[in-house]
Design a protein around this ligand. Sequence first.
Ligand code: SF4
Ligand code: SF4
Length: 393
Amino acid sequence: MHCVSNHLTLSARQRIVVYREIARLRASGEEQHRLAQLMDGYAYRGQETCATDGLCARGCPVEINTGELIKTLRHDQATARANHMAGWIGGHMSRVTAGARLSLSLVQGFQRILGNRLMGAMAGALRAVSGGRIPLWNPYMPGGAPRLSAARFNQTSGRKVVYFPSCITRSMGRAAGDGESMAVTEKTASLLLKAGYEIIYPEAMDELCCGMAFASKGFTAEGNRKAMELQQALLKASEHGNLPILCDMSPCLYRMKETLDKKLKLYEPIEFTLSFLAPYLTFKRLAETIAIHPVCSAKKMGLETRMVQLASLCAEKVVVPENNCCGFAGDRGFTHPELNRHGLRRLKEQLPADCSGGYSTSRTCEIGLSLHSGLHYKSILYLVDRCTEPKAD
Ligand code: SF4
Ligand code: SF4
């Protein structure tokens, strides 16, 4: 029940059973033909279609996280060349995110010119010709995010926050036709200012990332190096853990909580809004039905109820469709779209006809949620901004 790839390829338990059989055959030297067959099938069924979200641990009586096993296998199989490439990317994040912004903007430019149907047909054909190597485009793909200026905004309230925009939100902007005028990073900043916060961005922000993109693909060393680099920057920006730190993506924040110095006071959008913004904002509930999707990392941090609580401050009716993991898994929604489709196969039927929009806390998950619901899913901070005013002093 907790595994997104169950009934598509393998469940978490089946992954372990097949892995054990592979290990046994390897050790014994028996049935080498069968071993080759199992290993061949395991590459796709065992490894590529695991979202490494770790929700299997929640359903397991002894909390076995099969996603960790898959990350270890990816690590063991990463070639020296791939590790070198990961190191180069990690060392040039500013150039990489700038390149991503430019590419996404170009693609969205083509979408505007060609329209969704023609663009979809061309992108599908390109993917087919490339043998699945070109990621699958969909109409909810974001354009490039605007480049953030690291200016501090002084306020008279004395309230300060360190805002760390993830490398995903620094790269991915709005989707075409989403009805918004700001990207997540801009929306977050404007909401913080509305609540009277002075924003402090970490130094050399363009180079920073939590390292999850590397670690989840098995590039453990580069993932750890990026985490330590971020830790240094956040310790400095937060005055050694005195100031709260907001990251705009739950998955990144979850990894930061796992890997960074416990002195740091780390928050994702749900908890931060309830604890730090709500006291300074007046909420006016919208007469709308909205849907929310607590992403896996929010679930693992125990934030499902808090998310409902926050959404209920914002809208009269809140629905939480039953989905496990959405299966987008960072970039897997582009490279293995069948996992995302499978994970969200029951989403649309659970959404009421009058549902006006969906909200979440992960920019990448929102792409797949939009695609499989037909509604634009956005950060919950957009919803909070829509229904709040600064509280009069
Ligand atoms: S990490 Fe996710 S996809 Fe992988 S085995 Fe566990 S539940 Fe299944
Ligand atoms: S893609 Fe979204 S829902 Fe799936 S594992 Fe990642 S955070 Fe969770």
